[in-house]
Design a protein around this ligand. Structure first.
Ligand SMILES: [Zn+2]
Length: 402
């Protein structure tokens, strides 16, 4: 079992006590990493043992928590009870057309999202620390998964979402009994409204068990701990070797997945559990404005992980969606379709070869984004039969927005 030694600043290496509610370094606002004493693990445990045995005596906890010896499972000698819905342990399926391409199917996670990995760990720690009310703004996949894990933990979830949130997310969050505030505005507006709410709670000296805790995934060191298991798992599924490249959708937060993967690689290398050279990382986003799919720019270099951001257009992503549906029998989420378009570009310009081992991360369930895919088909296939668009959210009388 992994006892946390400290939270360490990723920039200035300042150490913070692990049982504070601190989300950023108090000295430089850098992101915090959970640090463990890996030496005992190095001496006594082989990675095959990790892979073979669930470490938590609960049948549902066999995914992310298989790596419990590399996750926070105790603080100051007190065991942390995992809040698990069976996240992780997702399939990795080979492409029918490209011999080296593997699709990591994170859409099979609880709540249909890769964020389930991070939230299982983050919500476990929040519950352990006595938090009763969890909150999140803007990002729909994280928000819905937060609602699922809050429900599993017996905690309240408060979500502030833009009014144009995909309908499936809105419906699912309601089913989890989340308290939802819909905002006629942007993601930035949602984040601002949530911060104002948190500030007013502080100013009113609300009792600590009534305070909402913003489980902002891009600040939360424990969220990063759960997310990093994606790195362990894809290396494990490739026989404890690195792929040549990983393409992952970045949307509005390209840094978090980069840090999570880099941390998993740091730890696997420290333990001597992985061979090969570190993969090239590509963070792929869909741009609103037309850009060339070949456009790349360097992301923060982190240790030996080379990484680049790539942008593809919505039309290019839609072409990939239709291509994968027709030729692979797989519906990709819009984000994974963007990554698939980037893969095609990297093949075309020779940066990748079809035989190179490449992992393409599908982060989310495609069927939760049907309204977005339908809209893209309406916009980008002029002259083709229109796909019927939802004209309103049929929620009146059934579900009342708060
Ligand atoms: Zn710092």
């Amino acid at each position: 079992m992994a006892a946390i030694t400290s939270l360490e600043c990723s920039r200035c290496h300042h150490a913070v006590a692990p049982d504070t509610a601190q989300m950023r370094c108090p000295l430089c606002s850098g992101r915090l990493f959970v640090r463990y004493d890996l030496d005992p693990l190095q001496r006594t445990t082989q990675h095959d043992d990790i892979a073979a045995s669930p470490r938590i005596p609960d049948q549902s906890a066999v995914g992310v928590w298989r790596y419990a010896s590399l996750l926070p499972t105790s603080i100051h000698g007190t065991a942390i009870t995992p809040v698990s819905l069976g996240e992780g342990n997702t399939p990795m399926r080979r492409s029918r057309r490209y011999p080296g391409l593997h699709l990591k199917q994170e859409d099979t996670n609880p709540a249909g999202t890769v964020h389930a990995r991070g939230l299982s760990v983050a919500v476990s720690l929040a519950k352990h620390n006595g938090t009763q009310h969890l909150a999140h703004a803007a990002a729909e996949d994280i928000a819905v998964a937060l609602a699922a894990y809050a429900a599993a933990a017996g905690l309240a979830a408060h979500l502030v979402l833009p009014q144009n949130v995909p309908f499936a997310h809105y419906l699912e969050a309601n089913v989890y009994s989340a308290d939802i505030t819909l905002v006629d505005g942007s993601a930035v507006d949602c984040t601002r409204i949530l911060s104002q709410r948190l500030q007013s709670q502080q100013q009113a000296n609300a009792p600590s068990d009534q305070l909402w805790i913003d489980l902002a995934a891009d600040d939360n060191p424990f969220y990063l701990e759960g997310l990093k298991t994606l790195g362990y798992e894809l290396v494990e599924q490739l026989g404890w070797t690195y792929p040549a490249a990983i393409l992952y959708p970045s949307s509005n937060d390209p840094e978090t997945m980069l840090l999570a993967l880099a941390k998993s690689f740091d730890e696997l290398e420290a333990l001597g559990w992985v061979s090969g050279t570190r993969p090239q990382l590509y963070a792929v986003a869909t741009a609103e404005e037309p850009v060339s799919a070949a456009t790349t720019s360097p992301l923060h270099a982190h240790n030996q992980s080379a990484s680049q951001t790539m942008a593809v257009t919505a039309a290019e992503a839609l072409a990939s969606t239709l291509d994968w549906g027709r030729n692979e029998g797989i519906v990709l989420s819009p984000m994974a379709a963007a990554a698939a378009a980037a893969y095609a570009t990297l093949l075309a310009n020779g940066q990748l070869l079809p035989a190179d081992t490449v992992v393409l991360v599908n982060p989310a369930a495609a069927l939760k984004y049907t309204d977005i895919t339908a809209e893209a088909m309406h916009l980008h296939r002029p002259g083709r039969p229109a796909v019927k668009l939802p004209t309103s959210l049929p929620v009146g009388g059934i579900i009342t927005p708060v």
